[in-house]
Design a binder for this molecule. Structure first.
Ligand code: SF4
Length: 199
């Protein structure tokens, strides 16, 4: 594993991140190599939970159905989505299934902490004006909120950036189909579009 104390470019950071095995070296069972943000020059930072199985196989973020739903919410095609957002997540490797077999395993606090190194370095280099968190874990990790119900539709300040949470678009969550929550999602998307128009 290669980790410098600090990075001077995203290209250099991505090269080392792509071969990171910190969690497997710490004994955690990961089922993919790191998924790396494609492209360059993005103006906003998108922060999700962890890659799914499809993303782990392709080593590109938001390739599965959740990604399609997210782009539909944002009314963006793939090109616009990847050009706008530097796509990162709380952890960067597919964590596999939990013992129940339902959904994907939630990364442990230790894995989250090991991977926060990459997030912190990215935010230092990118200095994004807009951060969109996707899902409860990402919002809790970055904003310290307790639930998506509390934060979706709200605009936060995070240092010099504006942060706007979205729920996770995975079909595993029924939260997104509750009428009151659909209004929260619409409000959050409106806020995101407003912020993107400024930057
Ligand atoms: S989840 Fe993050 S810290 Fe853990 S091995 Fe993957 S890239 Fe490294």
């Amino acid at each position: 594993m290669r980790r410098k104390s600090t990075y001077r470019s995203l290209a250099s950071l991505k090269r080392d991140e792509a071969v990171c095995r910190a969690c497997t070296e710490a004994g955690y069972p990961l089922e993919s190599l790191p998924v790396i943000a494609p492209g360059e020059g993005q103006r906003a930072y998108l922060f999700g939970q962890a890659p799914g199985i499809v993303e782990g196989q392709e080593r590109r973020p938001w390739r599965g159905r959740a990604g399609q739903t997210l782009r539909r919410w944002l009314a963006m095609d793939e090109d616009a989505f990847y050009e706008t957002f530097y796509c990162a997540s709380v952890t960067r490797c597919y964590p596999g299934k939990p013992p129940s077999g339902r959904g994907d395993r939630t990364p442990t606090p230790v894995e989250q902490q090991l991977c926060a190194f990459w997030r912190d370095q990215e935010l230092k280099l990118l200095r994004p004006q807009l951060i969109v968190t996707v899902g409860g874990l990402a919002a809790r990790s970055l904003l310290g909120v307790k639930s998506v119900t509390e934060c979706v539709g709200v605009r936060y300040k995070l240092g010099d950036a504006v942060a706007i949470p979205l729920p996770h678009p995975s079909g595993a969550s029924s939260w997104v189909n509750v009428p009151a929550n659909k209004k929260r999602i619409a409000a959050a998307v409106e806020l995101i579009r407003g912020e993107l128009a400024k930057i």
